[in-house]
Design a protein around this ligand. Structure first.
Ligand code: KE4
Length: 432
C-alpha cells in the first residue's frame, strides 16, 4: 500500500515539530527512511495511515504489554473520563495504584506517582542526594534513564542511536557529579567508590539493560552491587521503567531476587498513558515534600485517566499464567530467530530476558555497552526494513529492545520468524 501519506505527514510535521517527532528515536533517522505515522492499534497489530498492518514488537517502547486497545483498559478509561479528567486533588484511585505497586515491588514501601520515567529517575536521584547529603551519582555506561541533564552522560537509547557521547546544552559542571562505569563490572564500582570516599549519594542502573539492546546482568552482579552500596551507605536505585512488571510482576528485582533501596517505574504502570513512579524504603521516602525537604511536584501527577489505565493493566498482569504465556511466546520467537540466523550463517548475538529481546549483528558476546557497540548497524538497518516490508514492526534502532505482549499469537510468532528467515537470506547475500 506504499507510504505516501506518511511521507506527506512527515513533511508537514517537520514544519512544526523538531525532526517531525516528539521523541527523537521515532524519526527513523538511524534506519534512514520515512517514519510510519500510525493511525490505530488493535491487539498485536498497528496500522499506519497508508493502511499497512504490522505485527508490533515496539509496543510503544514497552508500555503495551497487554497489546493495543485492550478492551478492559479502553472501557475503564472511557468510564473514568465521563467523571472528569483531572482535579488537582487527591483521589482514591491514586492510592489504589500506589498500594498495588507497594504490594508488588519488594523495594517499595512508599511511592510517588509522576508523569514519566524521566521524572521518576530525576526525582529518585534528588531524594538519594537529600537523604545522604552527598552529591555524586554513579551510572552505567549505556544505561538510559530519560533526558535528565546529568544522566545523559554515556546514555543509551537515542543518545547511543544518534552516536552522541553526551547531550548538547548540559553544562560541564552539571555532569561533574556523574561518574560512569561499565555494566557487569563490580570492581569498577568498587574502584569508583574508593576514589570518591563518602561522596556518592546513589548508584542508578537498569538491572537489565534495555537501551543498548538487551543486556542481562551476569550471575551475582546485582547482588555484588547491593552489597557494595550497602557497605558504603550509597542508595542503590533500580531503574525499572522498562523491566518493572515486564520481566516479572515484581520486576527485575524479584526476578533476580535482589532488593535495591529505591526503584523507578514507568511505561507498563500507565498502560499506555503517561505515568511514572519512584519509591523505596519508607525511611528514604520520608525526605519527599511535603513530609520532608526534597521538593518534587506535578500538576497531572496521579492523573485519574492515566492511573485508571495503569490499575487496569496491572490487574490483568496479576492473573495466573500471564508471565508463563509471555515467556512461552517470547521463547518461541527467540528460538525461531536463532535458528534462522544459524540457517543463513548470520553472525548474531541473541539476547532475551522474559518478554524483552534483541538480536545484535555481531560475532562478539554482548555483556556491556562496548560489546553492543560492535554490532553492525548497517545490517540492522537492512533487517529493520526487510521486516517492515513484510509487515513486522521492530525498533528502528539496534540500541533498543523488542517486546512481546499478551496479544501476540502463535501465528504472529510464526509469521515473524518466516519473515525474518526471508530477510536473513537477503542480508546474507547483501553482506556476504
Ligand atoms: P520517559 O521519560 O521516556 O517516560 O522514560 C525515560 C526512561 C527511563 N528509564 C528507562 C530505563 C527508559 O528506557 C526510559 C525511556 N525509554 C525510551 C526508549 N528505550 C523511551 C522511548 C523514547 O525516548 O521515545
Amino acid at each position: 500500500m506504499g507510504n505516501s501519506k506518511s511521507v506527506a505527514a512527515w513533511q508537514k510535521s517537520q514544519q512544526f515539530i523538531p525532526g517531525g517527532v516528539n521523541s527523537p528515536v521515532r524519526n527513523f533517522s538511524k534506519v534512514a527512511g520515512t517514519p510510519r505515522f500510525m493511525e490505530r492499534g488493535q491487539g498485536s497489530k498497528v496500522y499506519d495511515i497508508d493502511g499497512n498492518a504490522y505485527i508490533d514488537y515496539l509496543a510503544s517502547w514497552g508500555p503495551l504489554i497487554l497489546g493495543h486497545a485492550h478492551p478492559s483498559v479502553v472501557e475503564e478509561i472511557t468510564h473514568t473520563a465521563r467523571s472528569g479528567t483531572s482535579f488537582g486533588a487527591p483521589t482514591t484511585r491514586e492510592t489504589e495504584l500506589a498500594e498495588t505497586i507497594v504490594n508488588a515491588v519488594p523495594s517499595i514501601e512508599q511511592v510517588r506517582l509522576v508523569n514519566s520515567g524521566t521524572e521518576a529517575t530525576m526525582s529518585a536521584i534528588r531524594v538519594a542526594r537529600g537523604y545522604t547529603g552527598r552529591n555524586k551519582i554513579v551510572k552505567i555506561d549505556g544505561c538510559y534513564h530519560g533526558h535528565v541533564d546529568y544522566l545523559l552522560a554515556k546514555a543509551g537509547s537515542g543518545v547511543a542511536t544518534f552516536g552522541l557521547s553526551d547531550s548538547g546544552g548540559v553544562p560541564e559542571d552539571f555532569a561533574r557529579n556523574t561518574l560512569t562505569v561499565p555494566f557487569n563490572n563490580a570492581d569498577a564500582v568498587r574502584e569508583t567508590i574508593e576514589a570518591n570516599p563518602d561522596e556518592i549519594a546513589g548508584l542508578i542502573l537498569e538491572p537489565v539493560m534495555g537501551n543498548m539492546g538487551i543486556i542481562p546482568p551476569r550471575d551475582g552482579y546485582l547482588q555484588e552491587l547491593r552489597d557494595i552500596t550497602a557497605a558504603h551507605g550509597i542508595v542503590l536505585i533500580f531503574d525499572e521503567v522498562i523491566t518493572g512488571f515486564r520481566v516479572a510482576y515484581g520486576g527485575a528485582q524479584s526476578y533476580y531476587n535482589v532488593t535495591p533501596d529505591m526503584s523507578c517505574l514507568g511505561k507498563i504502570i500507565g498502560g499506555g498513558l503517561p505515568v511514572g513512579a519512584y519509591g523505596g524504603k519508607r525511611e528514604i521516602m520520608r525526605c519527599v515534600a511535603p513530609e520532608g525537604d526534597v521538593y518534587q511536584a506535578g500538576t497531572l501527577s496521579g492523573n485519574p485517566l492515566a492511573v485508571t489505565a495503569g490499575i487496569t493493566t496491572l490487574k490483568c498482569l496479576a492473573e495466573p499464567g500471564v508471565y508463563e504465556q509471555l515467556e512461552n511466546r517470547a521463547a518461541a520467537l527467540a528460538a525461531g530467530l536463532a535458528e534462522a540466523t544459524q540457517k543463513h550463517g548470520i553472525n548474531a548475538w541473541h539476547s532475551r530476558v522474559g518478554s524483552m529481546l534483541m538480536l545484535y549483528f555481531t560475532p562478539e558476546t554482548v555483556t556491556d555497552a562496548d560489546g553492543a557497540r560492535t554490532a553492525d548497524t548497517e545490517r540492522y538497518r537492512h533487517y529493520f526494513w526487510g521486516l517492515l516490508e513484510r509487515g513486522v514492526y521492530i525498533a528502528p534502532s539496534q540500541f533498543e529492545a523488542g517486546f512481546v505482549s499478551l496479544a501476540h499469537s502463535e501465528e504472529d510468532i510464526d509469521t515473524t520468524v518466516n519473515a525474518a528467515t526471508q530477510v536473513f537470506s537477503v542480508v546474507r547475500k547483501a553482506f556476504g
